[in-house]
Ligand binder design. Structure first.
Ligand SMILES: O=C(O)CCCC[C@@H]1SC[C@@H]2NC(=O)N[C@@H]21
Ligand code: NA
Length: 572
C-alpha cells in the first residue's frame, strides 16, 4: 500500500473541498434568514409548496445518487462489464408509473407525510408501521452513505477518515436544520452539478491518458467489457436484462413512487403539473448519471487492464480501486482531485440531507403531531428542527458503528432498498390498486413482506451466496496479461473473480432460494405483501360477512374509509 501513501492533496484540493462545505452551509443560512425564515412547518418541511420542476427534479436525482453509485457502479462495470447499464431500461416505467399513478393521488390529498395515505386508506396502525419501517430503512441507508466516501478516501489517500465523516455530517446537519427543505433542495441542485462535473473530469482525463477514445474502445471491446443483452432467465444470476430491466422497475417504484424523501419533493412543487414534470425531467438526468458512472468504469478498465499497475495493490477492495484510479488520473492536476473528492462528498451530502429532512418530517407528522393536537405550529417547527439535528447526530453515530462494509456497497444499498422498500411498495400498491383490501390485510401483508425480505436477505448473507455468483463474462484481459506474461496481484484477483475456483454446482431447494438475485427483492417482497394482504382481506371480510349476516350487517367494503376510497376512485 506504500505506493498509495504518496497520493496526498495539494492545498488547492483542500480549498475546493472546503468551498463545497462552505457553499452548502451558505445556502442553508440563506434559507434560514430569508423567506419565511423557516418559521412554519409548511416552509421547513415542504418549502411552502412553492418549488418549480427543475430544482425538484435535480433534487430527486441527488437523493438516491450517492457515493455508493459514484464508487460502486464503476467497480461493477470494471469487474463484470456493462450488463448493469441495462438498469436504464427500468427508468422508463420506473418514472412513468410514479408520475401518473402515485403523484396524482398523493398530491391531491395534500399530504405532508406519505404515510398519512395509509391511515386514510386503511387505519392508523398501518400508517405507524409504514412510518417505522421507513425510519428503519433510512437510518441504515444513511449510515452506508456517510461511511462509503470516507472509507474509500481514507484507504487510498490517507485523508483523515473520521475528520471527513465529522465535517460532512456536521455541515449537513447544520444546513438541513437551519434551512429546511428549501435548503436541502437547492444544495441538492448545487451538489448534483458538482457530482456530474467531478465524474466528467475523471472520464476526460482518463480517456486522454489512455490514448484517446478509439484506444479505450479497442481495449474495452477486446476485454469483452461491452456486455450484450443477457436474457438468462435464471433468477439467481445477479445482473441480467430481467433482474435489471424488470426487477429494477420495482426498485424504482419503491424509491420514486412511495419513498417519503421523493414524495416530499413532489409535494413541495407549486402545482401537480410541476410535480409530474419534475418526475419526467428525472429521466434524462438519471440516464446521464448512469452513463457517467458506467463510462468511468470502462475507462478504468481500459487504463489498467493488462498493466501491472495494481502490482502492490492486490488487497484493494473494489471501492478503493475506483478511488485509486481517480487519484492516479487526477494526481498531477491540482484542483481536479479536490473536485472529485467534492463530487464524492456532494453525492453523500445530498443523500443524507434528504434523509434527515424526511426522517424529521415523518417523525413529526406521523408519530408526534397525532399525540399533541394542541401543539402550536411554531413549536412544531422548532421540534422538527430538533429532530433533523438529532437524526444528523444519530447518522454520525451509525457511521462510527458501520463496519458492516461489504465489499460491494452497491449491493448493500440495493439489499436495503429491496428488503425494506419492497414491502412498503407492496402496502401502498395494496391500497391504491385493490379497493377491497382492508387494514387487517394491509397489516398482515406488510408483516409477511418484511418477514419474507429478512428470510431471503439474511439467508443470502448467512449462506454468503448473496445474489448468486454473477455470470461473469470471461474476458481476454487476463489473456492479454498472460500473453504479456505479467500476472499481477490484481490480475490474480481478477482471475479469481472471473473464474470461480470450485465448479459452482447449481444450488438446489432452499439454497437456490437464498441465492436469488437481490435485484428481485423489491418485486418478491411487494408481491408477498399484495398476495398475503388480499388473502387476509378476503378471509376477514368473509368472517365479517358471516357474523354480520347473522346480525344482518352491511358490505365489508365500508371498512374503506370514505376519504381513502374516494381518493382511489377519484384518480381512476
Ligand atoms: O447511489 C446510491 O446511493 C444507491 C444506488 C443506486 C440506487 C438506485 S439504482 C436506480 C436508481 N438510479 C440511481 O441513480 N439511484 C437509484
Ligand atoms: Na446524493
Amino acid at each position: 500500500m506504500d505506493a498509495l501513501a504518496q497520493m496526498h492533496f495539494t492545498t488547492i484540493d483542500y480549498v475546493i473541498f472546503a468551498l463545497l462545505l462552505a457553499s452548502s452551509m451558505g445556502i442553508g443560512l440563506y434559507y434560514a434568514l430569508s423567506g419565511g425564515r423557516q418559521r412554519t412547518t409548511q416552509e421547513f418541511l415542504l418549502a411552502d409548496r412553492s418549488m418549480s420542476c427543475l430544482p425538484v427534479s435535480l433534487s430527486l436525482i441527488a437523493t438516491f445518487q450517492s457515493a455508493v453509485a459514484i464508487v460502486g457502479v464503476p467497480a461493477e462495470i470494471y469487474t463484470h462489464g456493462t450488463q448493469y447499464w441495462f438498469i436504464g431500461c427500468a427508468y422508463i416505467l420506473g418514472l412513468f408509473i410514479p408520475a401518473h399513478i402515485f403523484i396524482p393521488v398523493f398530491y391531491r390529498l395534500h399530504l405532508t407525510s406519505v404515510y398519512q395515505y395509509l391511515e386514510l386508506r386503511f387505519s392508523k396502525p398501518v400508517r405507524i408501521c409504514g412510518t417505522v419501517t421507513f425510519i428503519f430503512q433510512t437510518v441504515i441507508y444513511m449510515a452506508v452513505c456517510v461511511y462509503t466516501p470516507a472509507l474509500a478516501l481514507n484507504a487510498v489517500t490517507g485523508f483523515d477518515l473520521w475528520g471527513a465523516v465529522l465535517a460532512t455530517g456536521l455541515v449537513c446537519t447544520l444546513y438541513t436544520t437551519l434551512g429546511g427543505l428549501k435548503a436541502v433542495i437547492w444544495t441538492d441542485v448545487f451538489q448534483t452539478i458538482v457530482m456530474f462535473a467531478g465524474q466528467l473530469a475523471v472520464i476526460v482525463v482518463g480517456v486522454q491518458q489512455t490514448g484517446g477514445v478509439a484506444e479505450v474502445w479497442r481495449k474495452v471491446s477486446e476485454g469483452n467489457r461491452i456486455s450484450g443483452i443477457d436474457l438468462n432467465p435464471d433468477p439467481t444470476v445477479e445482473y441480467t436484462f430481467w433482474t435489471l430491466g424488470v426487477g429494477g422497475v420495482f426498485l424504482m417504484l419503491s424509491l420514486y413512487g412511495v419513498n417519503q424523501a421523493q414524495v416530499q419533493r413532489y409535494l413541495s412543487a407549486k402545482t401537480e403539473r410541476d410535480a409530474i414534470m419534475s418526475c419526467y425531467m428525472v429521466f434524462p438526468s438519471l440516464q446521464l448519471a448512469l452513463a457517467l458512472s458506467c463510462v468511468m468504469g470502462l475507462v478504468m478498465f481500459a487504463r489498467y487492464c493488462g498493466e501491472d499497475h495494481f502490482h502492490n495493490l492486490g488487497v484493494l477492495s473494489k471501492n478503493e480501486m475506483v478511488l485509486y484510479f481517480v487519484m492516479d488520473m487526477l494526481q498531477g492536476l491540482p484542483g481536479l482531485s479536490g473536485l472529485f473528492i467534492s463530487c464524492l462528498f456532494s453525492a453523500a451530502l445530498s443523500t443524507i440531507s434528504s434523509a434527515f429532512n424526511s426522517l424529521a418530517t415523518v417523525t413529526m407528522e406521523d408519530l408526534i403531531k397525532p399525540h399533541c393536537p394542541s401543539m402550536t405550529d411554531a413549536r412544531a417547527t422548532l421540534l422538527s428542527k430538533g429532530l433533523a439535528c438529532s437524526y444528523g447526530l444519530l447518522c454520525l453515530a451509525m457511521a462510527y458503528l458501520t463496519h458492516l462494509m461489504t465489499d460491494s456497497v452497491l449491493q448493500t444499498a440495493f439489499k436495503i432498498f429491496g428488503m425494506v422498500g419492497g414491502p412498503l411498495l407492496g402496502v401502498f400498491s395494496l391500497g391504491l390498486f385493490f379497493p377491497w383490501a382492508n387494514s387487517t390485510g394491509a397489516l398482515v401483508g406488510l408483516g409477511s413482506g418484511l418477514a419474507m425480505a429478512f428470510w431471503v436477505g439474511i439467508g443470502s448473507i448467512v449462506t454468503s451466496t448473496s445474489g448468486g455468483l454473477a455470470a461473469v463474462s470471461q474476458f481476454n484481459c487476463t489473456a492479454v496479461q498472460l500473453s504479456g506474461n505479467i500476472t499481477t496481484a490484481m490480475g490474480t484477483a481478477l482471475i479469481s473473480t472471473a473464474m470461480p475456483t470450485a465448479t459452482h454446482s447449481r444450488p438446489m431447494g432452499l439454497q437456490r432460494f437464498y441465492s436469488l438475485s437481490f435485484m428481485w427483492y423489491s418485486a418478491l417482497n411487494s408481491f408477498t405483501v399484495v398476495i398475503t394482504g388480499l388473502v387476509v382481506s378476503f378471509l376477514t371480510a368473509f368472517i365479517f360477512n358471516l357474523r354480520t349476516n347473522e346480525s344482518g350487517g352491511g358490505d365489508p367494503r365500508h371498512s374503506l374509509s370514505p376519504v381513502g376510497q374516494h381518493a382511489v376512485l377519484r384518480t381512476r
